[in-house]
Ligand binder design. Structure first.
Ligand SMILES: C=C(O[C@H]1C=CC=C(C(=O)O)[C@@H]1O)C(=O)O
Length: 400
């Protein structure tokens, strides 16, 4: 091969998309935080104050820190699912707002990976079957059971490159990156708003009840109709809406939600969603205090909460870490936005650990829930360019 051909193969000329620089390109994988919506982006760097407390306590302490923030300072970070695990909440040294992250429609370089299921798919089916027995015989009405997949990356992918991919795959959702104190980065593209406060207006947009999206308009139209008509999915969804409305009521003078959900589509999934809005009483709690009051909702935990939490720790078989927690920002005035940490991965130079869960209620079927979690994993897998080896593909996308 000639030298010219070698140079060409090694250094392909940049596509127009690659030339568009964005705030995200300054993301520092050691201390950075990025949170992007379809209209704007937030990038932070450095850690002026680190809040080393755990779970709910971290949020509580963070709320007190918020009261002491200087005019323009903000608090950002991620809170794990479990109360007893360390949160990653910081006041950064600096932050900047910018335009929405441009999507990266070109797919990433494909990489063949062999996934390790932690735990294996059969464990997941068994856990769902056990949960269904508990739903039949105890007070448990709903539990969200998740599974995790670890993939080894033959070559590293940078956080900005992954975030651009996720922006493309998560249209109107939230894309986030958060450097973790213990090393690695939490990266994801969540479709679900836990809570947002803007002055005295509070908004939550829970999602629960799902079908995979195929990209075939006829099939997706049928799935949308089926989802809206499904008693099982409507029940699964209503438990989340009721819980959030109950938790927000004490803080609000008005609170409203439409009587029926609509279907919220992502490029890989169709979900039932309900936008809940309210007016906060004065003095309005901060967005972080509201998020802490709501977390964990039955979209990631279950009903009743304590029984569902116990069921998750007994049946799931792995540590959720930051998956199914919350990620976002809050300013000194209390305004801010927190997304539910789903469709995410914990990323290191050499591996990615992905997570996905599904709500189990009476009428759920283990094989269908396994397939649903497989479809949810596809958001991150395709963003990573993971071309699964055949046996892994079967296990991730297993259908009845
Ligand atoms: C728990 C997850 O999704 C939640 C959000 C939307 C739909 C869900 C469902 O239908 O089960 C889940 O409640 C996940 O993606 O890991």
């Amino acid at each position: 091969m000639s030298t010219a051909a070698l140079r060409c193969a090694d250094f392909p000329s940049p596509t127009p998309m690659e030339r568009v620089m964005h705030l995200v390109d300054e993301y520092d994988a050691d201390t950075g935080f990025f949170f992007g919506t379809s209209t704007r982006s937030l990038l932070t760097g450095g850690r002026a104050v680190v809040l080393p407390a755990r779970g709910a306590l971290a949020a509580d302490r963070a709320v007190r820190v918020l009261g002491a923030l200087d005019g323009d300072q903000i608090l950002v970070g991620a809170v794990p699912f479990a109360d007893d695990e360390p949160a990653q909440l910081i006041v950064p040294e600096w932050h900047r707002w910018g335009p929405a992250l441009p999507a990266q429609p070109e797919p990433p370089a494909a990489r063949t990976v062999v996934p390790s299921f932690e735990p294996p798919p059969q464990h997941y089916r068994d856990a769902v079957a056990q949960a269904l027995r508990r739903i039949d015989t105890t007070e448990l009405s709903k539990v969200v059971l998740a599974r995790s997949v670890r993939i080894d990356l033959s070559e590293p992918i940078t956080v900005p490159a992954l975030l651009r991919q996720l922006r493309h795959r998560q249209g109107n959702g939230f894309v986030f990156g958060c450097a973790l104190a213990g090393g690695g980065n939490l990266v994801g593209g969540s479709p679900e708003l836990l809570v947002q406060r803007d002055g005295d207006v509070v908004t939550a947009h829970p999602l629960a009840g799902s079908r995979p999206r195929t990209g075939d308009p006829d099939i997706d139209r049928r799935s949308t109709t089926e989802l809206l008509a499904s008693h099982k999915d409507r029940r699964e969804h209503a438990l989340v809406v009721d819980d959030i409305a109950r938790a927000l009521t004490p803080y609000c003078t008005e609170l409203s939600a439409p009587p029926a959900p609509t279907v919220v589509g992502t490029p890989t999934m169709l979900h039932l969603g309900t936008r809940i809005t309210g007016r906060l009483r004065s003095p309005a709690p901060s967005s972080l205090a509201l998020a802490a009051a709501l977390h964990p909702t039955p979209a990631v935990c279950g009903t009743p909460t304590a029984t569902a939490k116990a069921t998750i720790s007994q049946l799931e078989g792995f540590d959720r870490g930051f998956y199914a927690g919350m990620v976002g920002w809050c300013d000194g005035g209390g305004n801010g936005q927190w997304a539910v940490t789903i469709r995410c991965a914990e990323l290191t130079e050499s591996s990615a650990r992905l997570f996905a869960g599904a709500g189990i209620v009476a009428g759920s079927e283990p094989e269908a829930e396994l397939a649903e979690t497989g479809a949810k994993l596809a958001t991150m897998l395709t963003a990573l360019g993971a071309d699964l080896a055949e046996e892994g593909q079967h296990a991730v996308h297993a259908v009845a």
